[in-house]
Design a protein around this ligand. Sequence first.
Ligand code: HEC
Length: 149
Amino acid sequence: MKKNIIILTLSLLIKISFLMGVSSGNEMSGDCPQKRNTVTAPSDYISKVNPLRNEPRHIKKGKVLSHMKAKPLACKHCHGLSGNGQGSMSHSMNPKPRNFTCTETMNKISDGQLFWIIKKGSKGTAMPAYSYLSDKKIWQIILYIRSLS
Ligand code: HEC
């Protein structure tokens, strides 16, 4: 009898921890809409429009840069592999990395703003400057980021 109770309790505990695992899985989708206090780009940047066509070959190049090639650190470490802003390094950060999968937030940010932040970084936050990247590579990254929302 005692043994049965132990087995019952154990299986209940396993079920609870499984359910908690599932619900913390939901958290992994990131905040949306996301709080955003990023400085606005100067007027000569903010009105820039992506000169590249929205083509798979550009998106693919942007993805490789975001996931692997960008130096000093690939974007995924902070913005996450899926772009949800929950990368492995993001947890201690304030403000948090942008959630590229959040359409509501991303639709409010112009191409020129994205370009400026990637090129110059966001001062006072963990977002570094990628000033060494050519304009073309930055626009490819932007096409990739936009494809996530
Ligand atoms: C070390 C962590 C880190 C890395 C690496 C990183 N970011 Fe960020 N990123 C951030 C943080 C933190 C913010 C939020 C900044 C803010 O709120 O102003 C941010 C914000 C942004 C934004 C939002 C701009 C806006 O106006 O809202 C864009 C776009 C962006 N990052 C693109 C990139 C790209 C592209 C890469 C890789 C080439 C990259 N980030 C790499 C941490 C990072």
